[in-house]
Design a protein around this ligand. Structure first.
Ligand code: FAD
Length: 287
């Protein structure tokens, strides 16, 4: 099923994300975690794409496994800046052969050695190419706090509009820990004529070490309320997991109470985290 069809239904959407292994030897463990999450019957699952595209085969394999064996609609992420057009076309063909209808079109991070291929500069180039094929539902990424490389939020939103016009029919946000950031962003993008669904991406932080990665890589701000929680429970793994799930649940409930019914959870191959959130929402999100 195409994700736009899922988003257009009246019922709330709860989707989960998994990431593929870096090495073949880890494939089975990752598949097992993904399958446990699939058994929770999420609205859809997305499978990320390894930086640089070297492990693209595992993204396609995992997305196909979730769809074929467990009947879960899946979406494959695809990055382009480090790939040739030929490589991208090969990945797309593999996705098509496996019946994957949904692709999150991404530029990908710029490699630290600065080496990029010349075929694509921005995610909008990839979105336009995929849109011309007509058989995929294409999503894109967006950044409520601004993409780390952009000069300012206004410029970022201008380019975001180009990406949507190129063919993205929905957007998923970078993680954020203060819902007001999302609400402000939504106001600004709607004002600029971006009308597609904007799915909030919620990251349950269940280990103190994840905080640093979120702040440095994604440029995400940590509200004081969240920092207090990490200060208090960061040294106690079980307490931190419980607190992280509770914080993410609280964010989701606030979003739903404010009329946002499509939620994507960065469940990071952790079935216990996905299950914890789903259980907390059992009376709020159900068929
Ligand atoms: P773009 O939309 O191309 O934007 C990148 C920057 O270029 C922005 O600053 C934008 O303002 C600017 N820009 C856009 N168009 C133009 C233009 N025409 N001229 C000048 N500047 C322009 N990474 C992975 O490696 N694998 C994944 O699976 C993955 N999944 C992700 C999922 C989500 C929901 C998000 C939010 C991010 C994900 N990422 C993933 C990270 C992503 O690849 C990086 O954030 C990357 O740096 C930007 O990708 P993009 O698709 O947003 O790029």
């Amino acid at each position: 099923m195409k994700i736009t069809e899922i988003l257009s239904q009246e019922k709330p959407v709860l989707s989960f994300e998994v990431f593929p292994p870096k090495k073949e030897s880890a494939y089975e463990t990752v598949e097992q975690a993904a399958v446990e999450i699939a058994r929770l019957s999420p609205s859809f699952m997305s499978v990320t794409y390894g930086a640089g595209g070297g492990t693209s085969q595992y993204t396609a394999d995992l997305a196909a496994c979730l769809a074929k064996k467990y009947g879960v609609t899946s979406m494959a992420h695809l990055t382009c800046v480090s790939s040739t057009r030929e490589h991208v076309r090969g990945v797309v063909e593999r996705l098509r052969e496996n019946g994957i209808e949904n692709i999150l079109a991404l530029r990908g991070d710029l490699p630290s050695d600065g080496h990029v291929e010349k075929d694509y500069s921005h995610a909008s180039d990839l979105a336009a190419e995929l849109a011309a094929m007509e058989d995929f539902c294409i999503g894109g990424a967006c950044y409520p706090e601004g993409h780390p490389e952009s000069k300012n939020k206004a410029e970022d939103i201008r380019y975001l509009k180009e990406k949507v016009d190129a063919g993205c029919s929905f957007l998923t946000t970078q993680m954020f820990f203060d819902n007001n950031i999302y609400y402000n962003f939504l106001y600004r993008v709607r004002e600029k004529g971006i009308t597609v669904p904007i799915i909030p991406g919620i990251m349950p932080i269940t280990r103190a070490s994840q905080v640093k990665t979120a702040c440095t890589l994604a440029g995400t701000n940590m509200p004081e309320r969240f920092r207090n929680l990490v200060d208090c429970f960061g040294d106690n793994p079980k307490a931190m997991q419980q607190a992280g799930i509770a914080y993410a649940t609280d964010q989701i409930i606030d979003l739903i109470a404010n009329g946002i019914h499509n939620i994507h959870v960065y469940s990071m191959n952790k079935p216990e985290v996905a299950a914890g959130i789903q259980k907390n929402l059992s009376e709020i999100i159900h068929d």
